[in-house]
Design a protein around this ligand. Sequence first.
Ligand SMILES: [Zn+2]
Length: 250
Amino acid sequence: MPTYRDRGVVLRTRTLRDADRHYIIYTETHGKIVVLAKGSRRGKSKMSPHLALFGVVDLMIAKGRVIDRLAGASLAKPYRSVITSLSKTALSQVFLHAVDALVKRELPDDRVFLLIEEFLHAIDSAPEPEQGSRGLAFDAAAARLLDLLGFALELRECVRCRTQLVPEGNSINFMLGGVECNNCRDQFSGEVSAEAIKAMRYFRTEPIASSASLRIPHSACREIIFLTDLLLTTHLEGRFHALNYLKAVS
Ligand SMILES: [Zn+2]
């Protein structure tokens, strides 16, 4: 059976009958793949400990007629502080689920792989999030992901009249995918602050670690979190249940 090697991060697992599992993995060169691991739930598998953790895994995959099989796995880069912190685990889990939900198979994009790696590294090396706050790393990574996939919000000009935005009086129109200026916006839609728009622009171009340590008013932080969650939910069919999990632990 022909085999190939790749590096990847496990996005999600699906348990099947007879202790088999499907691993949904984002790989560096093959994009999102689904592989079958035989009997890895019985605890006899030498590979499952490497795949159960948040980390970059070296993979050996055997090409199959129906589905590819996992032939070997070893943990190349563990993110230890992600595993030991409940908040960091939750943030990472939700981001990986968002990648899985938004990214299609057979469309390899190494920028997505690099983004996942950068996000996990940023979360891993950051201090423990403060109680009641998830920080901005997740929101920055989500903004970059949506940008890569072509779902980014328009933040420079008004989505209706196309004039350059001024800092005050703007609101977000999700149907049109961006910011509306004071002249165009519905009087009932809530204003989005200049600080929040500025930070969201920053997220697009700067490293996640820098975005995570941005010092912005608490109210702007709350606006950004609200907008990220709404944006992710809008782009996914139905509700994005993983976000509720994040709310529960942060
Ligand atoms: Zn306008």
